[in-house]
Design a protein. Structure first.
Length: 145
């Protein structure tokens, strides 16, 4: 079990070149080692837990991709899915659906945000509300457009 120390310390200043370097390294690692890790993960899941293992492995990947999307598209989603007083997208520890659900509860979705929520509800009833993660580690204020 991983225990986190929750602190409200201000974020450290980051050298932009350091961020760029780590971003490029992460992309290279994903491109060159990702396929091997993915295939190994599928086989490991299959041989240790059967098709259930594969399903659980793919669900973890889907959640991670969703969290990446929350960060990658934060400025766009903040501009078109929520009103000014809405709960901001962009927390790296949270899925898009969780932030969408928090905005649905707050009644701060725009018409486009409500449409996206209805589409998700058609696929999985109350998806965004059921996806709310109340234990997301807080982050520094995310800038809005």
């Amino acid at each position: 079990m991983i225990l986190r120390k929750h602190s409200q310390q201000p974020a450290k200043k980051v050298n932009p070149f350091f961020g760029l370097l780590l971003f490029l390294i992460s992309i290279l690692l994903l491109l060159f080692t990702g396929p091997l890790g993915f295939i190994y993960g599928l086989l490991h899941g299959l041989f240790t837990r059967g098709f259930t293992g594969i399903g659980e492995y793919l669900l973890k990947i889907a959640i991670s991709i969703d969290q990446l999307g929350n960060v990658l598209m934060q400025h766009l989603l903040n501009a078109i899915w929520i009103k000014k007083d809405g709960y901001l997208f962009g927390n790296r520890d949270e899925t898009i659906s969780s932030a969408l659900g928090k905005n649905k509860e707050k009644k701060s979705l725009t018409a486009f945000g409500k449409l996206m929520d209805k589409i998700l509800d058609f696929i999985d009833p109350d998806h965004s509300l059921n996806s709310i993660d109340y234990y997301v580690e807080p982050i520094e204020e995310i800038s809005t457009p």
